[in-house]
Design a protein around this ligand. Structure first.
Ligand code: CA
Length: 221
């Protein structure tokens, strides 16, 4: 899951970024409102975690600006402001969830998964496609009910394709989803992960759409 973390507190930001990273989020961490706007416009995220007390633009204004720009990414406000009036304002401005600091990390992770499920119209906590099943809560993949060992990037790529089974992804959009700005992306890395997934899950698991990109394939073929 590609996550934009907006948090100016260095210790807390590092702690959240490390924890999310450990739990298979691809984290882009920014420390002010303007950077949040720049990043959200430049790249597509699955979820945004937004602090309200930011050094430049107040988080509520960041939220308002994002929604005015038609950026519909689910946003979870994570803040020390805890009055019900502030919660109502945040939700009315277009936030999807609201958590008050100090917070419980497992609950934050569960709420982010729930936002992602809602966004991708999944009702079940696991995602299935024919003989493949993903359990995002424990980042595990099963093929014919046997667990499959995937690398971090292979897992991210498979999850992305299975979350949107009808969509054709261009190579560039996959690069955008699978890497952060400071990653060094080799020219054929997406192809390498596609190759590995086909080896591990069957050659038809990913379909190449010539000249366009990739989509989830039909494993029963
Ligand atoms: Ca703050």
């Amino acid at each position: 899951m590609k996550t934009l973390l907006v948090e100016d507190d260095p210790l807390l930001g590092q702690g959240i970024a490390d924890a999310l990273n450990y739990h298979n989020h691809l984290v882009e961490w920014v420390r002010c409102g303007q950077q949040a706007l720049n990043f959200a416009e430049a790249s597509e995220f699955d979820v945004i975690i937004l602090d309200l007390g930011l050094p430049d633009i107040d988080g509520l204004n960041v939220l308002k600006k994002l929604r005015n720009k038609n950026i519909t990414t689910p946003i979870l406000i994570l803040t020390a402001r805890s009055t019900s009036g502030e919660k109502v304002t945040g939700l009315d401005y277009g936030a999807d969830d609201y958590m008050v600091k100090p917070f419980d990390l497992p609950e934050l992770l569960a709420r982010l998964r729930a936002l992602h499920r809602r966004e991708s119209h999944q009702k079940s906590p696991t995602i299935s496609h024919q003989n493949i099943r993903i359990d995002p809560a424990v980042a595990s993949v099963f093929h014919n009910d046997m667990i499959v060992d995937l690398s971090r990037h292979e897992y991210d790529l498979l999850l992305l394709l299975m979350t949107r089974p009808e969509q054709i992804f261009s190579r560039q959009s996959l690069v955008d989803k699978l890497y952060t700005w400071d990653n060094d992306v080799g020219s054929n890395t997406v192809e390498v992960y596609v190759h590995h997934l086909r080896k591990k899950l069957g050659k038809n698991v990913i379909k190449t759409i010539r000249g366009i990109g990739y989509r989830l394939g039909d494993c029963t073929e």
